[in-house]
Design a protein around this ligand. Structure first.
Ligand SMILES: Cc1cc2nc3c(=O)[nH]c(=O)nc-3n(C[C@H](O)[C@H](O)[C@H](O)COP(=O)(O)O)c2cc1C
Length: 218
């Protein structure tokens, strides 16, 4: 009996090591990413998906995507994002009024609008004990890009398809959305992501180009 338990423990340990470890180490302790790495695989499999099945996304799945989105890094940890999730297709026309870019996405199960607070409210840098002041946040776009990409990757991991569509800085795209959502002046619609279960067979592109990689100097 004891031998059986020991065998089981050894087996479970090996299995756990195999499933949790995504990297192996070379002799000089540099990590080598294996193809089995789920994170890398999700990143490499992500592609823009522009046609969707007529189905809904369960609220808990959507929450998973949103939690992944807001786990993004953010300069000074400001977290400028406000995210609007739309699932009522009858409202899409109004949301996208005059925005020809969104015509083809009207069958998506949800449209997620990533909005940014372009300001930051905090004590002045030179005097952290002074009262908070509101000033422009010069790096909100970077945070929003990371947030949008996290959402796309989570969608891929959950078997969904999504596409990043530009909103900011095009006024014909931003204005109808800002008006429909009644966004305050400091909140900007940055990106619009239609999402749903893929209806087509979009494939990821191989973008590896060694000539774009530079070591030590350009
Ligand atoms: C900032 C940004 C804006 C984009 N805007 C649009 C858009 O307005 N409409 C669209 O169909 N795709 C848009 N895309 C998706 C790109 O066309 C797509 O990422 C690119 O063709 C590469 O294909 P892949 O995403 O399948 O790798 C955008 C992507 C990014 C990153």
């Amino acid at each position: 009996m004891k031998k059986r338990i020991l065998t089981f423990v050894a087996f479970a340990t090996v299995l756990a090591a195999l499933t949790t470890s995504c990297c192996s180490k070379t002799d000089n302790e540099q990590p080598v990413v294996s193809n089995a790495d789920a994170t890398i695989s999700t990143i490499m499999q992500r592609k823009s998906v522009r046609s969707y099945k007529d189905s809904t996304i369960a609220p808990e799945v959507m929450e998973t995507l949103l939690r992944a989105a807001v786990a993004a890094p953010s300069g000074m940890d400001v977290r400028p994002w406000h995210i609007v999730v739309m699932t009522d297709k009858s409202k899409y026309d109004e949301l996208f009024a005059g925005n020809f870019n969104m015509e083809k996405f009207k069958q998506s199960s949800a449209v997620v609008i990533f909005c940014a607070d372009t300001t930051v409210t905090r004590p002045p840098r030179e005097n952290p004990n002074a009262p908070a002041v509101t000033s422009p946040n010069p790096i909100w776009r970077d945070d929003m890009g990371a947030c949008t990409e996290n959402f796309l990757l989570a969608a891929e991991a959950c078997g969904l398809g999504a596409v990043w569509t530009a909103c900011y800085p095009f006024h014909d795209r931003m204005d109808p959305v800002a008006a429909y959502l009644q966004l305050p002046g400091n909140i900007v619609p940055y990106s619009i992501v239609p999402v749903g279960y893929p209806a087509g067979d979009e494939q990821p592109k191989d973008k590896w180009d060694e000539s774009r990689i530079h070591f030590d100097k350009f």
